[in-house]
Design a binder for this molecule. Structure first.
Ligand code: NDP
Length: 293
């Protein structure tokens, strides 16, 4: 077999925090020559023992390879780390979490310095990196050509999903998905709070909760179809009027259980507003329009 003798693309990686270290290990294990730099040099020691070349400055690391991946704390740290480096001719892949506006500004900033730019949003935690069956992936946006050129290398630590030429789209998708996750966590927090003072083992509620959330999740496809068609009433089985009528049951139960309604009430308030606007025959899709200012 020639698999192990095929030359793997060299990679420079700036940032060896929890995520950067996981990325570095994945490329090293896959046989990619890897040059790393970290502001605090001690964090590179273990990786040096595993085969990484440790650069003594960000500028030296950037000079080492065309493909330059950065995974730092935030956008400001990217600016600081790259301030005294020569980005001319570099393919900069920024896996640092930021806002869409920061990604767009960073893309323009990179272009001015002679670099091509791809932004990434990591949909994984470090233990999922380099473990394909864990299902982690990275959202990419910006130069399509750059994405295609490095797709194979970028696919080593985690799956790759390209979401558009607009450099801000990876961050936007990232934040959208994580926002939905926080909504889910908020709902789960309320559910656990409801049983907290009862003789109910949280570990007996957890599997019911997880299965219920999974069963409900595909509803987002119907929501998307309704947003696209503009018809929020077609095929509705759980009318907004019915759901809004049920709101007092939820709020009374919270009160009876001594649980603050602060996570739930804003959603019910939106239901009431939509109902008042005449959306009783819709499902909950119309609430989205109330959020968009
Ligand atoms: P860590 O806090 O573990 O590491 C932060 C890294 O940024 C370190 O390498 C740190 O260097 C470096 N850094 C911070 N400020 C500067 C600066 N001013 N100049 C140079 N380097 C700097 O964070 P993670 O590795 O966990 O996260 C990195 C990115 O990955 C973040 O944007 C995060 O949102 C994203 N991410 C993380 C996930 C996770 O679960 N960990 C999940 C998905 C995305 P030093 O060692 O010197 O402090």
């Amino acid at each position: 077999m020639t698999r192990n003798t095929v030359e793997k693309a060299p990679v420079t990686l700036l940032g060896l925090g929890a995520m950067g270290t996981a990325l570095a290990r994945a490329w090293l294990v896959a046989g990619h020559p890897l040059t790393v730099w970290n502001r605090t040099p001690a964090r590179a020691a273990a990786l040096a023992a595993e085969g990484a070349t440790v650069a003594d400055s960000a500028a030296a690391a950037v000079a080492a390879n065309t493909l330059l991946v950065v995974c730092l704390l935030d956008d400001a740290s990217v600016g600081e780390a790259l301030a005294r480096t020569d980005l001319t001719g570099r393919d900069l892949v920024n896996l640092t979490t930021g806002t869409p506006a920061q990604a767009r500004a960073r893309a323009a900033w990179a272009r001015e310095r002679g670099a091509r730019y791809l932004d990434g949003g990591i949909m994984a935690v470090p233990p999922m990196i380099g473990v394909p069956q864990a299902g982690g992936y990275v959202l990419y946006s910006g130069s399509r050509e750059l994405f295609e050129r490095h797709r194979q290398t970028l696919g080593v630590p985690a799956g790759t999903t390209y979401v558009g030429q607009d450099a801000g789209f990876a961050a936007l998708h990232d934040i959208a998905l994580l926002s939905a996750m926080y909504g889910m966590f908020a709902g789960a927090a309320h559910a656990f709070a409801l049983i907290r003072k009862e003789d109910i083992d949280p570990t007996s509620l957890a599997p019911l909760l997880a299965d219920w959330l999974v069963a409900m999740a595909p509803g987002v496809h119907r929501t998307a179809e309704r947003l696209r068609s503009g018809d929020y009433t077609e095929g509705v089985v759980s009318r907004l009027a019915m759901q809004a009528a049920g709101a007092p049951t939820f709020l009374s139960t919270a009160a009876q259980q001594g649980v603050s309604p602060e996570l739930l009430s804003p959603y019910f308030a939106l239901m009431r507003r939509r109902l008042a606007e005449g959306g009783g025959d819709e499902d909950l899709t119309g609430l989205i329009d109330l959020l968009v200012r």
